[in-house]
Design a protein around this ligand. Structure first.
Ligand SMILES: *Cc1c(COP(=O)(O)O)cnc(C)c1O
Length: 427
């Protein structure tokens, strides 16, 4: 029933429906444990024969309420919260890949994900091939191997602000019998629902717009329930053959459309345990209640700021997919017709020192290692988030060495522009 409601209503109301006399607001179930009358009831929970709470590492009512709000917003069948966006992407891959497996990924992704996929997963025996997301389908397909288990991309890449052709990616993935995983952090379900374009799994760093106030690190994995694991049973033994740690239960048979997300909870959360605290889930929920209002304001402000920067003589280039003439304008019109995000990339005429001086001169906009919260902030990826990458890798990741990432907040846009103007006058 929830899925028929509009996104605005889901932001405010989904996930928690109190019964008579219960709290109107989702309570913080700050409890590790849950009490049962007899040991048999508890045993059935451990065998996944009954659903219910027994230990917060696996499930918690506050976390679940917030996860199901996000599932409703994305139009998925189920979701789990994770302790960070990094964990969301890690688990999303690990849930279907093991040592000896391979996957294909757009090279224009968040620097942290780039390291996770290219370095840490490699050490675990899972190999990733990075491809140019804008390349023709035949070109991308060349990266696929018999042991390839998924395709991965970001709706709007951080920090490059490139827009992913989700339908193209879904076509390629499905042609090769694997799911498409999309990190939808920057777009949020308010501006794009990747499932509507063929994605199978969606992840988020909820740390960004979803929380929106820079209070809590967190992540989420959402399952569309659309991928037919049994149709490609040989590729996904973890879902289609018995799990000995649950008395030989087979996820795809026992849970159908919920197989992937159930395995992520019952196996990965059980064994690896990167669960957010119920307190953080509660704070995330407060953010979600105004997501639709904030995202609209972020986009409107960013559009004005991008247009202002574009005609400023001290600015060398501006990259924002809402600008006509931008390389991704057409894709943005298709996938993000109501707006993209509040993040703009631009470069200044002048030296690297000028860029630093400009940033140091800002008064309203702060230099912080963050994006996508209510306060306007700036970052120079080459000297901050992406400093571990070589210049070559930077360009491959769609990050020009002179790129300044401006995350436009929800303040009054004229105040933001006044601040940028006085800082530009300093160089
Ligand atoms: C920030 C970010 C992440 C990582 O999320 P954390 O919550 O910082 O762990 C992953 N993907 C994208 C697109 C991000 O912007």
């Amino acid at each position: 029933m929830e899925k028929k409601l509009s996104k605005e209503t889901l932001c405010v109301q989904a996930g928690w429906t109190p019964k008579n006399g219960e709290p109107r607001v989702v309570p913080i179930y700050q409890s590790t444990t849950f009490k049962y009358d007899d040991s048999d009831q508890m045993a059935r929970l451990f065998d996944l024969k009954d659903t219910g709470y027994f230990y917060t590492r696996l499930q918690n009512p506050t976390n679940d309420a917030v996860a199901s709000k996000i599932a409703a917003l994305e139009g998925g069948v189920g979701a789990i919260l994770t302790s960070s966006g990094q964990t969301a992407n890690f688990y999303a891959i690990l849930n279907i890949c093991e040592a000896g497996d391979h996957f294909v990924c757009s090279s224009t992704i968040y620097g942290g994900t780039f390291n996770l996929f290219g370095v840490t997963l490699k050490k675990m025996g899972i190999e990733c091939t990075f491809i140019d997301a804008d390349a023709p389908e035949e070109e991308i397909e060349k990266a696929f191997r018999p042991n390839t288990k998924c395709l991965f991309g970001e709706t709007i890449s951080n920090p490059g602000i490139n827009v992913l052709d989700i339908e193209k990616f879904a076509r390629i993935a499905h042609k090769h019998g694997v799911p498409l995983i999309v990190d939808n952090t920057f777009a949020t379900p308010i501006n794009c629902r990747p499932f509507e374009w063929g994605a199978d799994i969606v992840t988020h760093s909820t740390t960004k717009y979803m929380d929106g106030h820079a209070t809590s690190v967190g992540g989420v994995i959402v399952d569309s329930g659309n991928f037919d694991w049994m149709a490609h049973a040989d590729k996904f033994p973890g879902l289609t053959t018995p799990d000995e740690s649950y008395h030989g239960l087979t996820y795809a048979k026992a849970f159908g459309k919920m197989a992937y997300i159930t395995k992520a909870t019952a196996q990965l959360m059980r064994d690896l345990g990167a669960i957010p605290s119920p307190m953080n889930a509660f704070l995330l929920n407060l953010g979600l209640e105004t997501l639709h209002l904030r995202v609209a304001r972020h986009c409107a402000n960013a559009q004005k700021v991008a247009e202002w920067l574009e005609v400023n003589p001290k600015v060398k280039w501006v990259h924002y997919c809402g600008l006509k003439g931008n390389k991704y304008y057409e894709l943005a019109q298709k996938y993000l017709p109501n707006g993209s995000c509040g993040v703009i990339a631009f470069g200044l005429k002048g030296t690297r020192e000028d860029a630093v001086k400009f940033m140091d001169s800002l008064k309203l906009a702060c230099i912080v290692t963050h994006v996508a919260d209510a306060r306007t902030c700036v970052l120079h990826p080459a000297s901050h988030t992406h400093r571990q990458l070589s210049d070559e890798q930077l360009i491959e990741a769609g990050v020009a060495p002179d790129l300044i990432r401006l995350s436009v907040g929800i303040e009054n846009v004229d105040d933001i522009i006044t601040d940028l103007e006085q800082a530009l006058q300093n160089i």
